[in-house]
Design a binder for this molecule. Structure first.
Ligand code: FE2
Length: 561
């Protein structure tokens, strides 16, 4: 039985299950080439269905990642209750209103789907996007995001028979919205640039921590306190923060304006309070459920610093965060909810990796190369040859097999560089990524070597946990050690990621450091590359010295005359 999951708003994505197992899952942006694509993921649906060797007519069930009717009702009530202060509120979300009104009809019209369409509550979709892939028989579940229909935080107990909510917070009380507000105040784009705020946080001092505890603080009953006086998002723009926020924390930053100490200090306080909230919610959940395992999802679950701290505090023995923890993953959760809880399809195997996107054959790479006049090498020992290039200072694009599902590049669509070179961060930024200089790059390391380089290292296959770099190793990893000595680590296993593992080992053999700087394979402002053609175009358009696609190596300027 085929069950399709769909998210058709920001970070639109599709996932397809056959008899409970993932056939394919991917974000529409990778195909449309529009970052955070908003709209029905037509291409992603087509690609998923083709990967199953089926046609859309064979798909009997589709699951939508939001209860659209509930969303419309809740938001209409909020609008009416807060009128006239809310008169801007409708105007603030026109695309969302349009996208949920008559969504079923539009999905059918745009994709040709003729089966039964199910609507799944958003946080239920988030929970099931983590619970079923985790492989745990039962687990405590914590989801935190901006908002679903109304829920913004859910603490639950999940097993194969039931999903029981234990505590919830509802809009406008929302940790995700606090992040969006600070992102807006810092002059960046809310719902997109929260990662920049997290990267900025360790540069700040603690001057605002006490004051920020009035904005956001944990409670001991599975909820949190949030003073709405600091916010305007709930009343409708134009900015998400209130006059009081500005009065207490200072003037907002314009987009390209220099970052100042008070900006950094607010990011610091926000990160600190978020960690306190996450820890308090986790403690409450552990006490209420008595269960040793936790699954997490929702945008805030992408906060690898909070996740790392949660693990180190030892509140739970094991934590599973699905790689597509944000709304791009909610379509998978919706499909799993429908398959396993409504249609009683047996559970598939636990998720072991994030490589659920499309793959391309070598003939496609050769055709793309020929069209661009590029001549590949086919090295006998690809790992050793690539390690040699990286050790010599080259920045290399690395594309292998099926594309990652979720925002992180994990060795299938990655840009790699030597983390031991103090200039590597600037080089990668100057040649390819053009990111803000304060943002850290992440390291990948073979799982078996991780504790030699990082304190308290645990398996972190999805780069969603941050660990301290061992103090005696920091000097050897300047390219990936953040200002506070931490790193957002990806541990790599031979079994699930063999070629990338071999590359790390080869690089270690050559340099003594089995670690690579790993950032997503994309050109500034664009989504991660999907096809060989996009990877080869990146070689021409950026300062990449070489690109590896499968077994083929393309070195810059090795062209036919
Ligand atoms: Fe969400």
């Amino acid at each position: 039985m085929l069950v399709l999951g769909i998210n058709s708003t920001h970070d639109a994505a599709a996932a397809l299950l056959r008899d409970g197992e993932i056939v394919m899952a991917l974000e529409e942006e990778r195909l449309s080439r529009v970052k955070h694509h908003f709209g029905i993921p037509r291409r992603a649906i087509e690609t998923c269905v083709a990967a199953a060797g089926a046609s859309i007519g064979d798909v009997e069930h589709a699951a939508f990642y939001m209860n659209a009717r509930k969303w419309l009702t809740v938001n209409a009530i909020h609008f009416l209750r807060n009128f006239p202060a809310s008169r801007n509120y409708l105007g603030q979300k026109p695309a969302l209103w349009r996208s949920f009104l008559g969504v079923g009809r539009r999905i059918r019209a745009e994709t040709g789907f003729r089966g039964r369409l199910h609507f799944v509550d958003h946080h239920t979709a988030h929970i099931d996007s983590a619970f079923w892939p985790s492989g745990f028989e039962e687990a405590a579940a914590l989801t935190i995001d901006g908002a679903g229909e109304a829920e913004t935080t859910v603490l639950a107990r999940a097993d194969e028979r039931a999903l029981v909510r234990l505590a919830t917070s509802r809009y406008p009380y929302s940790v995700g919205k606090v992040w969006e507000t600070v992102t807006d105040w810092l002059g960046w784009k809310p719902t997109r640039d929260e990662g920049k705020v997290m990267g900025l946080a360790p540069y700040g001092d603690d001057r605002f921590v006490e004051r920020f505890a009035r904005v956001l603080a944990p409670c001991d009953d599975g909820t949190f306190r949030q003073d709405l006086d600091y916010f305007r998002f709930q009343r409708g723009g134009p900015r998400l923060f209130s006059e009081r926020f500005v009065a207490e924390f200072g003037a907002p930053r314009a987009n390209e304006e220099e970052l100042q100490d008070h900006h950094r200090a607010v990011a610091y306080a926000l990160q600190r309070q978020t960690e306190e909230v996450v820890l308090a919610l986790a403690r409450h959940l552990r006490a209420r459920t008595g269960l040793p395992r936790l699954v997490m999802a929702g945008g805030v679950a992408l906060n690898c610093v909070a996740n790392g701290r949660l693990l180190r505090e030892g509140i739970f023995d094991e934590i599973f965060v699905q790689p597509a923890a944000g709304d791009d993953g909610a379509c998978l959760g919706a499909a799993m909810n429908v398959a396993h809880r409504r249609l009683s399809v047996p559970r598939g195997p636990a998720m072991r990796h994030a490589f659920h996107g499309p793959a391309f054959g070598e003939e496609e790479t050769l055709a793309a190369a020929a069209a661009r006049g590029l001549v590949p090498e086919r090295p006998k020992d690809l790992a050793a040859r690539t390690a040699e290039l990286l050790a010599s200072g080259a920045v290399v694009g690395w594309m292998q097999g099926r594309m990652e599902y979720g925002p992180r590049a994990l060795g299938h669509r990655s840009i790699l560089a030597n983390p031991a070179d103090p200039a590597s961060k600037d080089t990668v930024n100057r040649l390819v990524k053009f990111r803000e200089g304060f943002r850290p790059f992440a390291p990948s390391v073979p799982l078996e070597c991780a504790s030699d380089w990082f304190e308290d290292a645990r398996p972190s296959p999805y780069m969603l946990l941050s660990f301290p770099v061992r103090s005696d190793r920091r000097e050897r990893l300047p390219g990936v050690t953040h200002v506070d000595g931490s790193a957002r680590v990806q541990t790599v296993e031979r079994e699930t990621n063999p070629l990338f593992h071999a590359l790390l080992v080869a690089f270690g053999k050559r340099t003594g450091v089995p670690v690579l700087l790993n950032t997503s394979f994309n050109v500034r402002g664009e989504p991660i590359v999907c096809s060989p053609a996009e990877a080869l175009d990146a070689l021409a358009r950026t300062g990449l010295a070489a690109v590896v696609v499968g077994e083929l190596l393309f070195v810059k300027n090795a062209r036919v005359s």
